[in-house]
Design a protein. Structure first.
Ligand code: ADP
Ligand code: MG
Length: 328
């Protein structure tokens, strides 16, 4: 698990310039992922998760989007300053991305086999047609789809099966890093658990590092080594999975944990976090979570707290020490 550092993001800032004003989507995000490691990135809708994933691959559309600051080192090279040729290598080879909606990511007029074969062919130009097909069948089996479905079209597959095909395509080039943006959100709960199990098995087998994005802290609990919690475009807490679950230190993380049914032993305690994320075109000058926070005092609205180390790589962006205290 303690592989070399594969990805390192430093101070990434991304904005969208819209008719309604500037959307401050990412406001100085730093994080890293080691080889073979899974980082869970968790936050509410609008927190900046997809913007971060797309930013890593320079897939932010300009306009309206704009990367205004930061560095994204992949194996020591800054993706944001790479030549188009190098970027092409990273996108097609080294980093794959799975998007949230399985319906829009597959080509409806190609069989699933053709779509997997296409990726394998691009990355292995010495292979024969038969070898490519064999590899495609092996990849399908790996994601739990039987070989006899290889010539079927995407519409013949259920949502969960489509998402398996998408993961097979993403992994067919044997990437070092998989960016999985809410890969199970569109699926119902049982199917979601099966797909997560499969992802877990695959990343171990293939030793692929992963950023697993979810709005649900419960989902990442099954899969991740480390967790980063994002709120209004900033990481508010990050650390080992165990530290985040057993000893959360940011009131927002505590709120997220309290709102997961499976983790809340006493269902009477189950409570959603009150209020909404601040308007990203008009962020407050202090802690953006303060208006929703049970622990907030006037000091909290003075400045955005720094991300500070509370030991063992557990970083927290809060001026309070809420350890051991109950909310309300
Ligand atoms: N193309 C876009 N144009 C304008 N605003 C955008 C665009 N994409 C995302 N945003 C805004 O950026 C913020 C972060 O969005 P996003 O990264 O999609 O969050 P998440 O994936 O966590 O739900 C949100 O306020 C969202 O409305
Ligand atoms: Mg998203």
């Amino acid at each position: 698990m303690n592989g070399k550092e594969l990805l390192k993001i430093e101070d990434l800032e991304i904005r969208y310039e819209t008719d309604d004003g500037i959307v401050y989507a990412l406001n100085g995000v730093s994080l890293h992922v080691n080889e073979g490691e899974t980082l869970g990135l968790v936050g509410e809708t609008g927190a900046g998760k997809t913007t971060l994933a797309k930013g890593i691959l320079r897939l932010i559309q300009t306009p309206p989007g704009k990367i205004v600051n930061g560095k994204v080192y992949f194996e020591g090279k800054n993706v944001l300053a790479m030549s188009d040729h190098d970027l092409h290598q990273v996108r097609g080879n080294a980093i794959s991305m799975v998007f949230q909606d399985p319906m829009t990511s597959l080509n409806p007029v190609m069989t699933v086999g053709e779509q997997i074969e296409e990726v394998i062919a691009v990355h292995n130009n010495s292979l024969s047609k038969e070898e490519i097909r064999e590899r495609a069948i092996a990849m399908l089996k790996r994601v739990g789809i039987s070989a006899d479905r290889i010539d079927e079209y995407p519409h013949q597959f259920s949502g969960g099966m489509k998402q398996r095909v998408i993961i097979a395509i993403a992994l067919a080039c044997n990437p070092k890093l998989l960016l999985a943006d809410e890969p199970t959100t569109a699926l119902d709960v049982t199917i979601q658990a099966q797909v997560l199990d499969m992802i877990n098995k695959l990343k171990t087998e293939m030793n692929t590092a992963m950023i697993l994005i979810s709005h649900d802290l419960g989902v990442v609990a099954q899969t991740c080594d480390r967790v980063a919690i994002i709120y209004a475009g900033r990481i508010v807490e990050t650390g080992n999975l165990r530290d985040i679950y057993k000893n959360p230190k940011h009131p927002y993380t505590v709120g997220l944990l309290d709102s997961i049914p499976s983790l809340t032993r006493d269902t009477k305690r189950l409570k959603p976090i009150k209020g909404l994320m601040p308007d990203p075109t008009n962020l407050p000058s202090g802690c953006p979570f303060a208006p929703r926070c049970n622990y907030a005092s006037s000091a909290c609205s003075e400045a955005v707290p720094e991300l500070t180390d509370r030991g063992n790589g557990h970083l927290v962006r809060c001026i309070k020490d809420i350890s051991g205290k109950e909310g309300q």
